[in-house]
Design a protein around this ligand. Structure first.
Ligand code: ASP
Length: 438
């Protein structure tokens, strides 16, 4: 069985067994020794530990990978001065797709009306955590200490530092070439580590999902079914139709191929609910399965994981309208415009970790003059939706990277169209490659 299918099987098994455990725990006595055993040793023991180790190992790869891929990408561009065009196109497309996503969320929820006539208990007090002001966000992009930036995982700062190093390498003559060679070797090694992680993914994904579904609490989803269905429907629509049309219209490439190659990345995004933790897999997939060159992928993917969150933006739109409907507030055109603007800008300043969309939502609601306590209405169902929107977030990054590479005339279409490109990675493939070395 292919690795991707094994990961998807592990996902399905985790979801089914986790839900089964939840049902079982609800039916047996919570003090019985069986319930104690399941809770202590399985859910919060074995599965929790394996899942957390899996996420830690993914995060471990993020900083080294972003640093070396971006430096190598810049070095491969040489003196061609294309970086400005690549950066401009990438950022432009990220902003455009995010604004489209919020608008889709607002319009979709206004038409479908998930919150109309809904009676909910008045929500418990909610303490919003506010993101930093936009000026700080801008200043924080520029590192004063590269090692601190790497140690704290400040992705935008690492990106700026890597661009500077990469740029200087290409202009430092022989010394630059020697160091660029070293970074290329490092990149091959870090990519191999990502391969090993992907190989171990079935276990990690299984452990994460079984714990999550065993503790999810499905009853809240039933109460908020209209919100849940509207949002997940719009997320899938954006992921499939909007990106599909965008890719087809701008490049003529088949969106079906992109989607089929993204399945492995989706499994990671879904089970970790973090674009940041998924980044190593997204980057490897975009380079080795979609044929995007390092110069584009090394920039677009880490940047996208940090600033481009279309799934999160759709959630902002739907949640804002939903909360307004529940409170019986009519949104004015000005308020709608405010939501589009703040949601697009706020997504830049928030981190790629689980649940951050809720923090952004507090900001959007405040800006639009809506009650921030409304966030408490949707917290119960947010985790599962977070998993879906993270999958949309990473698809947006990969789609934009593919489009930019194609426009630059640098997309390797043979790799894009090859269904088996990088389909088996990791231990076995690494062993096979090593044994080929004379
Ligand atoms: N979990 C999302 C991500 O990492 C962000 C969010 O919507 O909460 O992409």
């Amino acid at each position: 069985m292919s690795l991707t299918n094994r990961i998807l099987m592990a996902m399905a098994a985790g979801i089914v067994l986790g839900s089964g455990l939840e049902v079982l725990l609800a039916t047996i006595d919570a003090d019985s020794s069986l319930a104690q055993f399941i809770n202590t040793y399985l859910i919060f023991g074995l599965f929790d530990v394996v899942g957390r180790i899996f996420i830690a190992s993914l995060k471990l790869l993020v900083v080294p990978l972003v640093l070396v891929s971006l430096i190598c990408g810049m070095a491969s561009l040489g003196h061609s001065a294309r970086m400005g065009a690549i950066a401009g196109r990438t950022i432009g497309l990220y902003l455009l797709t995010t604004a489209t996503a919020v608008t889709l969320g607002l319009v979709g929820a206004s038409v479908l009306g998930p919150g109309r006539g809904l009676q909910v208990d008045s929500p418990t007090a909610f303490e919003p955590k506010m993101p930093p002001p936009l000026t700080d966000v801008l200043v924080n992009i520029f590192p004063s200490n590269p090692f601190a930036a790497m140690a704290q995982g400040e992705m935008l700062q690492v990106i700026v530092f890597a661009i500077l190093v990469g740029y200087s390498l290409t202009r430092a003559g022989e010394a630059g070439q020697r160091v660029a060679g070293w970074f290329r070797d490092m990149e091959a090694i870090v990519m191999k580590m990502v391969g090993v992680m992907i190989e171990l993914a079935p276990w990690g994904v299984f452990a994460l999902l079984i714990k999550l579904f065993a503790t999810m609490g499905f009853s809240t989803i039933v109460n908020l079914a209209a919100y849940f269905l509207t949002l997940s429907g719009l997320l899938i629509f954006h992921g499939v139709v909007v990106y599909g049309l965008l890719l087809k219209a701008t490049t003529g490439l088949s969106p079906g191929i992109l989607r089929s190659k993204m399945r492995r990345v989706w499994a990671f995004a879904f089970s970790t609910a973090s674009s940041g933790a998924t980044l190593p897999v997204t980057l490897r997939t975009v380079e080795k399965r979609l044929g995007v060159p390092k110069s584009v992928a090394g920039f677009a993917i880490p940047l996208g994981a940090t600033v481009n969150m279309d799934g999160t933006a759709i959630m902002q739109g739907v949640a804002t309208v939903f909360i307004a409907q529940v409170y019986g507030i009519e949104l004015s055109a000005m308020q709608l415009l405010m939501v589009i603007l703040t949601a697009t800008l706020a997504s830049i300043g928030t981190a790629a970790v689980p649940g951050v969309g809720l923090i952004t939502l507090s900001l959007v609601l405040t800006q639009a003059g809506l009650p921030v306590e409304g966030v408490a209405l949707i917290i119960g169902v947010d985790r599962l939706l977070d998993m879906i929107r993270t999958a949309v977030n990473v698809t947006g990054d990969a789609t934009v990277a593919t489009i930019v590479a194609h426009r630059e005339g640098q997309l390797d279409e043979t790799i894009y169209n090859d269904p088996h490109a990088d389909s088996d990675v990791g231990l076995e493939a690494a062993a096979a490659e090593t044994s080929e070395v004379p």
